[in-house]
Ligand binder design. Structure first.
Ligand code: G4P
Length: 536
């Protein structure tokens, strides 16, 4: 098959949702419909009910080899679909943000009872930043939920995106009768745990078809009224608007009952984008470009504790990746070849000979990769748009077993390379501070240091309000910070200078006294413009 055909055949996406909306269930149903798995229950839930590290890791283990569930590739109607898994817990949201940089579109799952929830809003902000095309699946229609029009309103107002329902439900909960496909003028009848999909779909000749009255009696009028109302309120669906990230098509269904899932999958195959262009430091890379390029968006250490292996997940962006061929690791300016790259098919991992744009490959990594690293066939560019956000909670790391200092150093290096937490080292001292988005990350860090490296640490709370990366032209710009506020200056892992403010007041003071310095709450992994923190 030619490269262009390989590219057009691929769809790389993620499913995002607030925990419990039904992401795992929908994932499983997509795999069932595609034939990639045969029985329900094969995909383990990744939600964490109790916020303890051991639970989290236990759940990770139960999910099977996490590596296999990080990417689920399957075939459907002659397409290769790469579904990138994202953690369910909000404390691991950064991992999700990074994964979203590697997809071409997303499916957002909403619980019809709860509507738009907090985590949904945050995830959508990241999609909006990147203009990622979004499809919405409103789930759990077998339950008594919010009114569909109210839900559509809420989506538009809270997520700042235009929506266009492509199906519309008749009834909900016990009264749920199915969904009307507005564009195909067909009705899909709901039944619990649906299996024979095609048998239950009836096509009508438009809303005025008398057949509707025969089927639904007095409910036919309600359906006509609702669909006409929807047609009046929402502009026609435009694929272009969807692909630009401005308009989200909406589907209604019940994942647990296999209802509405096939419709979603079929439309997804029809309209979701194939691998798209990617921004680089000096322009754009197109999937059809002849030379191979790709970037690392995720790293996972010690998947198999016996082998201490570490895998870097690389998204292919252009050309063709081949096993055992030399590629340039741009940041290190080193030529590397990979003898055992891995591909992921449904739940198993296998040796890969070649990969095309949109594919995700697993590279065994001896510690040479950072998130955001770029591989090319010799060109010196880096991929842009892989964000790092300022953490929200900070703790000082205290080594509680001096005989294991080396192990601790190594473990912290590895685990922060993964992005499990961010490490800051005091500019004029050796104080190590770990910053995270949510408390659970501290527990996981401590647990993994002990279990995977034999190192024992404690965390000491520290007064910290927020951390900011500092951007400045020259050393004079930061004289006040160096002289008066040096205790608040830290270096991140890349040597960038970071200011950790104790309070809102100290932040304001620092900003006032250092007017030529920019205080940034997010930067890009490959941002070359930040000055290095070598200021001592
Ligand atoms: P998540 O990955 O987004 O966190 O959600 P998950 O799929 O695990 O679903 C959360 C809960 O919602 C599960 O119930 C699941 O069975 C249920 N669920 C998913 N889809 C539907 C649906 O269409 N209708 C209804 N009524 N429920 C749905 P649970 O009791 O928390 O877990 P389990 O014991 O069923 O696994």
């Amino acid at each position: 098959m030619s490269n262009i055909m390989e590219i057009n055949n691929r769809k790389t996406f993620a499913i995002i949702s607030h925990p419990d909306a039904g992401k795992t269930t929908l994932t499983e149903k997509l795999l069932l419909f595609s034939g990639a798995i045969k029985i329900a229950g094969a995909v383990k839930s990744n939600k964490i009910k109790k916020a303890a590290a051991s639970d989290f890791l236990e759940i990770e283990k139960q999910r099977g080899i996490s590596v296999a569930t990080s990417v689920l590739s399957f075939n459907y109607n002659d397409h290769k679909i790469n579904l990138l898994d994202t953690p369910g817990h909000k404390d691991f949201a950064e991992d999700t943000y990074r994964t979203l940089t590697a997809v071409d579109s997303v499916i957002l799952v909403i619980d019809c009872v709860k509507g738009v929830e907090e985590q949904t809003e945050k995830l959508m902000q990241v999609c909006r930043m990147r203009n990622t095309p979004v499809m919405i699946f409103i789930n759990k229609l077998d339950r008594e939920g919010k009114d569909p029009v109210e839900l559509l309103d809420e989506l538009e107002s809270k997520l700042s995106i235009k929506v266009r329902p492509l199906t519309y439900p008749l009834g909900m909960g016990y009264q749920f009768r199915g969904v009307y496909n507005i564009y195909k003028n067909s009705f899909d009848f709901y039944s619990v745990n649906k299996t024979k999909i095609e048998d239950d779909v009836v096509v009508f000749e438009g809303l005025q078809d008398k057949g509707l009255d025969d089927k639904f009696g007095t409910d036919a009028q309600k359906l006509r009224h609702d669909v006409e109302l929807i047609d009046g309120i929402y502009e026609n669906f435009s694929i272009e608007e969807y692909l630009n990230g401005n308009l989200a098509p909406v589907f209604f269904g019940s994942a647990i009952n296999n209802f509405g899932v096939k419709e979603l999958l079929d439309t997804f195959i029809e309209i979701a984008p194939s691998p798209t262009n990617r921004e680089i430091t000096n322009g754009t890379v197109k999937p059809v470009d002849k030379n191979f390029s790709g970037f690392v968006f995720k790293i996972h250490s010690n998947l198999d504790p016996k082998h201490r292996d570490r895998i870097a997940f690389l998204r292919v962006c252009s050309g063709k990746f081949e096993r055992n061929k030399f590629y340039l690791h741009v940041r290190l300016n080193r030529q590397l070849k990979f003898a055992n790259p891995a591909s992921f098919m449904a739940q198993s991992k296998s040796l890969l000979e070649e990969a095309f744009p949109g594919d995700v490959i697993g590279l065994y990594d001896s510690g040479i990769f950072n998130i955001g690293d770029t591989l090319t066939e010799g060109e010196g560019f880096m991929f842009k748009g892989i964000p790092r956000f300022s953490p929200e909670v900070f703790r000082i790391v205290r080594n509680t077993d001096p005989f294991k200092s080396k192990q601790m150093e190594k473990g912290i290096q590895h685990l922060t390379d993964e992005g499990l937490a961010q490490l800051f080292v005091q500019n004029y001292g050796n104080k190590k501070v770990v910053g995270v988005v949510g408390e659970l990350q501290f527990d996981v860090l401590k647990y993994r240091l002990l279990n995977e490296y034999g190192a024992s640490i404690d965390f000491v709370t520290m007064p910290a309000y927020k951390a900011f990366w500092l951007k400045y032209e020259n050393k004079n710009d930061i004289q006040d910070l160096l002289n008066i506020r040096s205790h608040s200056l830290y270096n991140d892992k890349n040597g960038n200078l970071v200011f950790i403010a104790d309070t809102d007041f100290s932040l304001k003071m620092a900003m006032d006294k250092n007017p030529n310095v920019k205080f940034l709450s997010s930067i890009e992994h490959n941002d070359q413009t930040i000055l290095m923190g070598d200021v001592a």
